[in-house]
Design a binder for this molecule. Structure first.
Ligand code: ZN
Ligand code: FE
Length: 246
């Protein structure tokens, strides 16, 4: 089985759409298309045809391109849109509704669906265990976590514990370039963490050079992400509130 090819497509002000291609089956999937045109262009530049869209949650900056990509895909046999069953009412373009424990395939590559409520009530993640990759939407970011729009600190803490149990090498594909802001906040709540101080410097250099900082890895997050490292839900809630006010 060939490795998945994963392409980062920066759109809007700070969103990342992920284009995921299986060279064996030629299946090509898009995670959270905020918009359609840059995604269709990125696929066509590689002579790939989009066969699937996987949404993590209903927010328009994750689903806004669904309908136009599906329309364009009629030219090559169509594409199937998969997303959270609990948010079906808010993602009317969904063809397939999934929930935690379900399995979805891209060619022969298997992803398990995780329920990760808190940013939105029905938020899901897609974990490719064998490929050591997880698409987390707006649940976790490099050195950060999503805002608690429709859930609690307890739920987000449970999500972080689930992520923390993955292998260090697992690549984490999040949906925004929030890393610099997150790193600057993280050092204020964990100032004695040398790995975090070093990472802030590296991220400042990368962003100054216009380079992306995502994907991250579980290992890097375990070392530096104050939300993943929070010992209790109460502590996660405390620092989330501080970040919201920052
Ligand atoms: Zn969101
Ligand atoms: Fe978002």
């Amino acid at each position: 089985m060939s490795a998945l090819e994963i392409v980062r497509i920066p759109v809007l002000s700070d969103n990342y759409v992920w284009l995921v291609h299986d060279p064996d089956s030629k299946a090509t999937m898009v995670v959270d298309p905020a918009v359609a045109d840059p995604v269709l262009e990125a696929a066509s530049a590689r002579s790939w045809t989009i066969t699937d869209i996987w949404n993590t949650h209903w927010h328009p900056d994750h689903t806004g391109g669904n309908a136009a990509i599906k329309e364009a895909a009629k030219a090559w046999g169509g594409c199937t849109i998969t997303g959270p069953a609990a948010e079906f009412a808010r993602i009317p373009t969904l063809d397939v509704q999934v929930k935690g424990g379900d399995r979805v395939m891209l060619g022969a590559h298997l992803a398990e669906v995780w329920d990760v409520p808190a940013h939105t009530a029905g938020h899901i993640a897609y974990h490719f265990a064998q490929d050591e990759a997880i698409f987390v939407g707006d649940t976790m970011f490099a050195m950060g976590c999503g805002r608690l729009f429709e859930g609690t600190a307890e739920q987000m803490f449970a999500n972080m514990q689930q992520f923390a149990a993955l292998d260090d090498a697992t690549r984490v594909y999040c949906a925004h370039e929030y890393t610099l802001s997150n790193a600057r906040f993280a050092v204020t709540v964990d100032p004695d963490n040398g790995a975090l101080v070093d990472r802030l410097a590296a991220v400042e250099a990368a962003r100054a050079a216009g380079e992306p900082t995502v994907p991250t890895t579980i290992g890097a997050e375990r070392a530096t992400n104050p939300f993943l490292r929070a010992p209790t839900a109460a502590e996660l809630g405390r620092i989330r509130a501080l970040k919201d006010a920052a």
